[in-house]
Design a protein around this ligand. Structure first.
Ligand code: NZQ
Ligand code: ZN
Length: 380
């Protein structure tokens, strides 16, 4: 087992109708709230009206920043931080999926300073102060609601990368599975794939603690059992509840106990696809994972076969394990080759260049330019 530090200060409020304590929780930090949300799904679902009513009842002052896009961009983060600074906000309320929550985390450390948010990603600035972030999660996928990470794109610099600090954990996250009932089929599937991919990144990281490996396997098994049932019955509360819980557990630290790092190579390749072509995050992972597994199958054959055999309850070879994992992702309706997205033009060269420029790598399975070429050929 590797040495590890366990730390997670986010207070999670999970279950049906937990929002009644939201306004009171916000008030603990002050009365001026910066409300951050996406392109409008919360207005369509009625969640926006519900939350505004709660906030008004407690006489909280609300200033809004809306329009955060999927695969969020630094320009929105900086604009929202300026708004929050002008209004001297006491707390940020992020309502949405990973994109909104990730943006809120960087807004929270940018409001107290005079420079743009990207300086944190470049390592030019250290986060020393943060406006508290409270989240209401509407999409089960990233685990952002209970971790310190934020992944933001900077198209001017050609980068999609992550930042995290002990200051960027949300203070509170409110998870009512009812809020995920409106997530469309495609994003529901991407979320299931994403949570499984987070477990894979842990599994292929540095360290093989047997107890934590069991946690990882069981989180994936839960997703593989419930995921297809949910996709066949999108309005089923119990399935939504189980997937929401699994997604939070897949990236809140517990899969890392006894490991010194996750691998994250596949995520880093996937970020290039999202950056270049706007590929939804979960879809980028179902495209890259089978290729990455095939590429590294001779270096880590036992670890891959152990994963497959555990997940499918049968003694599987390395090759069979990869095939079954790929087939499972496809059965969710997720793409497993980039060609399924029908993107125009030469794809190889821009992807290769983005990977070189971003120095894409894994913490455990190291990649050089030759590996990039082979992996791209396998998924293109
Ligand atoms: O913008 P709105 O209108 O809200 O629509 C969103 C968006 O179009 C919609 N949506 C969200 N909740 C909904 C809903 N539609 C109907 N009903 C609801 N209840 O879903 C679309 C996707 O939302 P988004 O937030 O982009 O998805 P996700 O939660 O998958 O977040 C993806 C982002 O998180 C990053 C990814 O790289 C990507 O940028 N990640 C963050 C991580 C973290 N912080 O730990 C780790 C992950 O590996 C990942 O990298
Ligand atoms: Zn992910």
């Amino acid at each position: 087992m590797e040495n590890f530090v366990a730390y997670n200060p986010t207070k999670l409020h999970f279950g049906k109708n937990i929002l009644s304590t939201l306004a009171g929780t916000l008030k603990e930090y002050g009365t001026r709230v910066l409300l951050v949300y996406g392109k409008g799904s919360i207005k369509k679902s009625g969640l926006y009206d519900q939350i505004i009513t709660y906030l008004k009842r407690e006489e909280l002052e609300v200033v809004e920043y809306s329009g955060i896009q999927s695969n969020p961009i630094i320009e929105d983060v900086d604009a929202a931080a300026i708004l929050g600074r002008q209004h001297h906000v006491d707390v940020i309320l992020a309502i949405g999926g990973g994109s909104v929550i990730d943006s809120a985390k960087i807004i929270s450390v940018t409001i107290p300073v005079q420079h743009g948010g990207w300086d944190f990603f470049l390592g030019k600035a250290k986060a020393t102060e943060a406006i508290p972030v409270v989240t209401v999660l509407t999409l089960a996928a990233t685990g952002s609601e209970m971790n310190p990470f934020a992944v933001i794109s900077n198209h001017a610099l050609g980068q999609k990368t992550d930042f995290g600090s002990p200051l960027t954990f949300p203070k509170h996250s409110f998870l009512d599975p009812q809020f995920t009932l409106t997530v469309p089929r495609n994003y529901t599937a991407y979320g299931i794939a994403d949570l499984i991919a987070h477990c894979f990144e842990a599994w292929f990281g540095i360290g093989t603690p047997s107890l934590t490996d069991r946690f990882v396997i069981d989180i994936i098994k839960e997703a593989m059992d419930v995921g297809p049932k949910l996709l066949a019955d999108l309005g089923n509360y119990e399935y939504r509840e189980k997937i929401m819980f699994a997604a939070t557990m897949a990236l809140n630290g517990i899969t890392m106990y006894g490991r010194s790092a996750g691998d994250w190579g596949v995520h880093n390749v996937g970020h290039c696809l999202s950056l270049l072509y706007g590929v939804p995050h979960g879809a980028s992972l179902t495209i890259v994972y089978p290729a990455w597994l095939r590429h590294f199958k001779n270096q880590i054959p036992e670890r891959i076969a152990q994963l497959g055999s555990n997940l499918f309850n049968a003694p599987l070879s390395t090759g069979e394990s990869i095939y079954r994992i790929e087939t499972f992702f496809h059965s969710l309706g997720c793409p497993i080759r980039l060609s399924e997205l029908n993107l125009p033009g030469d794809l190889f060269q821009p992807i290769f260049e983005a990977m070189v420029y971003n120095k894409v790598n894994g913490a455990n399975m190291k990649m050089k330019e030759e590996d990039y070429r082979k992996i791209i050929e396998l998924f293109i």
